[in-house]
Write a protein that binds this ligand. Structure first.
Ligand code: KDO
Length: 335
């Protein structure tokens, strides 16, 4: 569902007005409050990085107030909440941005971004300027820094003996939970599965009851959200090097002094870099933990998955929204 431009403009204008009023009051007291809403757990490396690095670094002039596990806003509603002035921050994704701006779907395609460093090089490349500018101007959201969520793997309830997955054909008929946006549903289909849209906070129960056959997330998430308690295998497809962004209300950013903006921007990068390093370490060290919990973890025919997924995207309507030459520029920034 694409949000119309007029609605976006109204949302952004409302945010500016709301924040001007609240900031006026806030300045009268002292600190601007930065509420962040996200559906991940507080043990997630992105949460730890923001609490340990971002919050303290801006504490002189801003109060960082994180809300985890979707307790403030449901998954996928955060950007609109920021645009309407009801929230200041979120950890957003290309998939969420693509619901407002279709060109972002290029970064939701499987097997495009290659690894964490590739994500950083792309985020810092001038090719991203038009993408970021449109989000700022039309949604009133500023993307501060890239967060590394990790390599998404296929995580199934049924044991490997019942369903061994080597190629996309082996996922035929598997009811795979994917997040709710069109881009995520397409990725589930491109993997060969039958995607079911579902909010992140409902996934554990759906796996436990058998409402779905599996889900896809990076290995650290399988541990943080305890999906390993209700699944039996992880197929190392690495089908998406998942890219998140620390998102901030542009109105909140604009209400700060240049020095405060500089401090906040540096704090966002410090948190993003810290979280990325820790998440990369977790992706390695948690494999043995999951095997100790009894999960079977194995490599499929990744080349077969990559070829099938890329062919699906290139033949899809999504590819029509990709600005000319951007995919080549992104690939050129790879290894
Ligand atoms: C998910 O819902 O599977 C997902 O991994 C999608 C991501 O874009 C991101 O929203 C993530 O959930 C949350 O941050 C929870 O880890």
């Amino acid at each position: 569902m694409k949000t119309t431009l007029t609605r976006r403009a109204i949302l952004a204008a409302t945010a500016t007005l709301t924040l001007a009023l609240s900031t006026g009051a806030a300045l009268a007291q002292d600190k601007i409050k930065l509420r962040l809403s996200s559906v991940n757990t507080e043990t997630d490396q992105r949460a730890i990085a923001l609490v340990e690095k971002f919050g303290p670094a801006i504490a002189e002039f801003a109060e960082f107030e994180p809300h985890w596990n979707g307790t403030l806003f449901q998954q996928g509603t955060e950007l609109e909440a920021i645009a309407s002035g009801d929230l200041e921050m979120s950890i957003t994704s290309a998939q969420e941005l693509a619901t407002f701006f279709p060109e972002w779907s290029i970064f939701t395609a499987g097997y495009v971004l290659q690894d964490a460093d590739h994500q950083v090089r792309v985020f810092n490349d001038p090719l991203m300027d038009p993408f970021k500018q449109k989000v700022e101007e039309e949604l009133g959201v500023k993307l501060l820094a890239p967060m590394y969520l990790g390599r998404r793997q296929v995580n199934l309830r049924m044991p490997k003996s019942e369903r061994t997955v080597m190629t996309p054909a082996d996922l035929a008929g598997v009811n795979l939970r994917m997040p709710g946006t069109d881009a995520w549903q397409f990725l589930g289909k491109a993997l060969g599965a039958n995607p079911t849209p579902m909010a992140f906070t409902e996934v554990y129960t759906a796996l436990q009851t058998g409402a779905v056959d599996g889900q896809d997330n990076p290995i650290p998430t399988v541990v943080d959200s305890k999906f390993y308690e209700v699944t039996s295998q992880i197929v190392l497809t690495s089908h998406l090097v998942d890219w998140n962004f620390i998102a901030l209300s542009k109105a909140a950013f604009d209400s700060m002094t240049p020095e405060q903006q500089e401090t906040l921007q540096a704090a966002a990068w410090e948190a993003a870099d810290y979280g990325r390093a820790n998440q990369l370490a977790k992706e390695e060290e948690l494999v043995s933990f999951l095997k100790e919990q009894g999960l079977e973890i194995y490599e499929p025919d990744v080349a077969a998955f990559r070829e099938h997924v890329q062919a699906e995207y290139l033949a899809s309507d999504f590819a029509k929204d990709w600005p000319e030459g951007v995919l080549e520029q992104v690939n050129a920034l790879g290894n």
